[in-house]
Ligand binder design. Structure first.
Ligand code: GLN
Length: 185
């Protein structure tokens, strides 16, 4: 199993580090050929406007859609959540509002409670807000009434940054519950 991390922009290196810690094969994805080698994909945090421009210019957006339709599991975090939402790739039925919590100064960490995982300290950095989730989208965690961790089929979305927190629990959840691969670490 090779887990690709979209590496056009953003904090892809932190996701790659976590995959190393979990002893999972990973690949930085900057081209369609690299994406074709992946069995699962992580779309990291960063700046969704820049990421989207690069995705559409390279044509990688279309290949993500194609592979998602074939069942490729995808984890999107923060800007990755925006890219997966109905305004961009539309691979999960959620609507998001960018920068809804305010500017960098309003970035924060807070404890959230996640179904089947437990409590974690979640890091929100200019996070998007999920303003609507379709009926078939499972909400796995809230922060102050707002959904922040959601799941539908092969797509898992966090509006926070699991790659910056100490525990690897969100990546483990993605790999075991969504990508259905066994991890030993
Ligand atoms: N505010 C960024 C955007 O709109 C997302 C921030 C992040 O990924 N930390 O793309």
């Amino acid at each position: 199993m090779v887990v690709g991390v979209l590496a056009l922009q953003g904090d892809f290196a932190e996701h790659i580090n976590i995959l190393h810690q979990l002893d999972v094969d990973s690949l930085e994805v900057r081209t369609i050929d690299q994406l074709e080698q992946c069995d699962a994909l992580i779309i990291p945090g960063g700046e969704s406007t820049v990421m989207w421009k690069l995705l559409t210019e390279t044509g990688i957006d279309q290949v993500i859609i194609k592979k998602a339709r074939e069942g490729m599991p995808i984890l999107g975090t923060c800007a990755g959540a925006i890219v997966l939402s109905d305004s961009h790739l539309n691979l999960i039925d959620i609507t998001v509002e960018r920068n809804a919590y305010g500017s960098q100064l309003q970035s924060f960490t807070d404890r959230i409670s996640i179904e089947n995982i437990g409590e974690i300290e979640a890091i929100f950095i200019r996070a998007p807000l999920i303003t609507r989730a379709g009926d078939d989208v499972s909400i796995l965690a809230h922060h102050k009434e707002n959904p922040v961790f959601v799941h539908k089929g092969d797509i898992l979305v966090a509006t926070f940054h699991p790659e910056l927190q100490e525990s690897c629990c969100i990546h483990k959840y993605f790999l075991s519950e969504v990508a259905c691969c066994s991890i030993e670490a």
